[in-house]
Design a protein around this ligand. Structure first.
Ligand code: ASP
Length: 593
């Protein structure tokens, strides 16, 4: 192998001030081109950027001869003298200088790479993931992971300076009650028994409060066996936090300071405090979402007063059965959506259970509508007036059970804003959504479930509804931090009274045996002086994604899984040999493709 040339500089840091210096850079050949007559130019890339190297024009002959063999992605070292470039390139930061090579070491050659190492390479996602180590050479990926690295520093510094202590909690654990499916790990030394990989360190961090650590933080890996989406991965990282002797205000105050610091350090942005807050009810009624994107308007309006006496049965039936009739006004945008676009919108909300969508187009002298048969102009005007609608407004209306109305309009609100190019990734709108309902009904389970998790404290003033069984009236001391339509984090004040905890388990229809098996150790701990406590967790990947201005979570994770939860590079998960399964006392019933 050629000699190792010890690096003196990263490629991207060389500037005019280095002119005349002898330097050594190490990196990959991004590009090389021979101009003939013993003159070869090569761009060398490392994690900091690119620099141009000249072979010829003073380089020893054997170095020029060797440089003729250079191809893309060869791993090399170059020693040479920095000089001013004749034709400067203002597009790259090192564009006013170049290195005239004196020595060249080829550490290893490269086959033609299967993907282009270029930011604008738009090859399929799976191919990028298969050759992730090459994909990661792209400047954008190097930059993203450097941003992520800086985030770790900002996070750890902030919490360290504020008296938090970082403690690692186990990966081999018991099932956690975050409401997703667990990844299970068989125990060889305890045949037939399984660990669950933690969906979050929830119970451990609460136990750390009981243990007296008072202010805890961990950058923690969490694992959830869920169906994947663009902003979700089976393993992800949380900034996990818990504090003792605090109420909700104390927690939000510390977190606001943290978020302010994070955005200042990462983006140079001054976030105005206190952050706006919406109650969950308000968020749903105004934005149709518990994670509203506040970068644009299109707020939901209740149309019940305007349509309650109309002759359109779909609306009056919805109201009669306790549902809602609500709409959004895409103001000034009617001409931007064709008939076909509107049909597509109607189609797109069927997944939320919507049976249809009504539209109104406000024109100069009349209001056109998909339901003009059932409404006089005057009645349509009454609807339009709810929005203060003007010419060229497009009003979209959905009716039915409130959950369907909210989710449909919440989706349409954001989807249309996105289509209209209103989502500026460089604008950040942060807010707290507070006062979540404590429980939500699950048709699947045929019982109420904890909306956050069962350790969340109900609001004091609502606790009496536990006795009357009016569970839907109980709100919780639970809060989410929402950024640009994403749930960036969430948490709650916890129950620290074992009697109340027991009561909550009861209404969740957990039997004593269940409770004992699943949470026995946890409940026991509360017998020994549990301090009032609460906390939250941020999705670090999501925060990083927002800070990087991307909406694909895989962009900010070095080795992510694909949509089928596979690592296409290493081919995990894989089948294992029967003898290994035997050791674990496991038999595979059927291996589905
Ligand atoms: N453990 C919760 C979660 O993962 C966060 C919290 O309540 O602190 O969502």
């Amino acid at each position: 192998m050629d000699n190792l040339l010890k690096r003196t500089h990263y490629c991207g840091e060389l500037r005019e001030k280095n002119i005349g210096e002898t330097v050594v850079v190490n990196g990959w050949v991004a590009k090389s081109r021979s101009l003939g007559q013993g003159l070869i130019f090569a761009d060398i890339r490392d994690r900091s950027g690119i620099v141009q190297v000249v072979f010829g024009d003073g380089s020893p002959e054997e170095v020029v001869a060797k440089a003729a063999s250079l191809r893309s992605e060869y791993s090399i070292g170059v020693k040479g003298v920095v000089r001013e470039r004749e034709s400067k390139n203002s597009k790259i930061e090192t564009g006013s200088i170049e290195i005239v090579a004196e020595e060249l070491s080829i550490y290893s050659e490269s086959e033609t790479p299967p993907i282009y190492i270029r930011d604008d390479d738009n090859v399929s996602g799976d191919l990028r993931l298969k050759y992730r180590y090459l994909d990661l050479r792209k400047p954008v990926m190097q930059n993203t992971l450097a941003i992520r690295n800086k985030m770790y520093h900002v996070i750890r510094n902030f919490f360290y300076e504020n008296g938090f202590i970082e403690i690692e909690t186990p990966l081999l654990a018991k099932p956690t009650p975050e409401g997703s499916r667990d990844f299970l790990v068989p125990s060889r030394v305890n045949p037939g028994k399984f660990y669950a990989l933690p969906q979050s360190p929830q119970q451990f961090k609460q136990l750390l409060m009981i243990a007296g650590f008072d202010r805890y933080i961990q950058i923690a890996k969490c694992l959830r066996d869920e169906d994947l989406r663009a902003d979700r991965q089976p393993e992800f990282t949380q900034i996990d936090i818990e504090m003792s002797y605090v109420d909700q205000e104390d927690i939000l105050a510390v977190q606001e300071q943290f978020l302010k610091t994070l955005f200042k350090e990462m983006k140079g942005i001054d976030i105005q405090l206190p952050l706006p807050r919406l109650t969950w009810d308000e968020a749903m009624n105004r934005f149709g979402s518990d994670k509203p994107d506040l970068r644009f308007g299109f707020e939901l309006h209740d149309l019940a007063p305007a349509v309650k006496d109309c002759s359109f049965k779909v609306f009056t039936d919805a109201l009669a059965s306790g549902g809602k009739v609500m709409g959004i006004d895409l103001d000034g945008c009617s001409d931007k959506f064709s008939r076909k676009d509107v049909d597509k919108m109607t189609e797109s909300i069927k997944v939320f259970g919507a049976k249809g969508m009504v539209w109104l187009r406000v024109e100069k002298d009349e209001i056109k509508s998909s339901v003009s048969k059932f409404f006089s102009q005057e009645e349509l005007r009454k609807i339009a007036d709810v929005f203060n609608a003007k010419e060229n407004d497009l009003i979209l209306i959905v009716s039915g059970p409130k959950e369907i109305v909210w989710s449909s309009l919440g989706f349409l609100r954001r989807d249309t804003a996105s289509k209209l190019g209103m989502l500026d990734p460089n604008e950040y709108k942060l807010l707290w959504v507070v006062d979540f309902p404590m429980f939500e009904w699950s048709d699947e389970e045929n019982r109420f479930m904890a909306m956050h998790h069962p350790f969340t404290s109900p609001k004091k003033e609502d606790i009496h509804y536990l006795e009357t069984g009016e569970l839907d009236k109980i709100y919780a001391d639970a809060y989410d931090i929402v950024i640009n339509g994403y749930e960036a984090g969430g948490g709650s004040i916890r129950i620290h009274d074992s009697g109340l905890q027991k009561k909550i388990f009861e209404v969740l229809k957990l039997t004593d045996e269940d409770i004992q098996n699943r949470f026995g150790f946890f409940i026991d701990a509360f017998k020994y002086g549990a301090p009032p406590h609460g906390g939250l967790a941020y999705g670090l990947d999501r925060l990083c994604m927002l800070i990087c201005g991307t909406d694909d979570i895989r962009q900010v994770i070095a080795f992510p899984k694909n949509q089928n939860a596979q690592c296409v590079m290493s081919d995990a998960p894989t089948t294992v040999e029967t003898k290994d399964l035997d050791l674990l006392s496991i038999e595979v019933k059927k291996a589905e493709k």
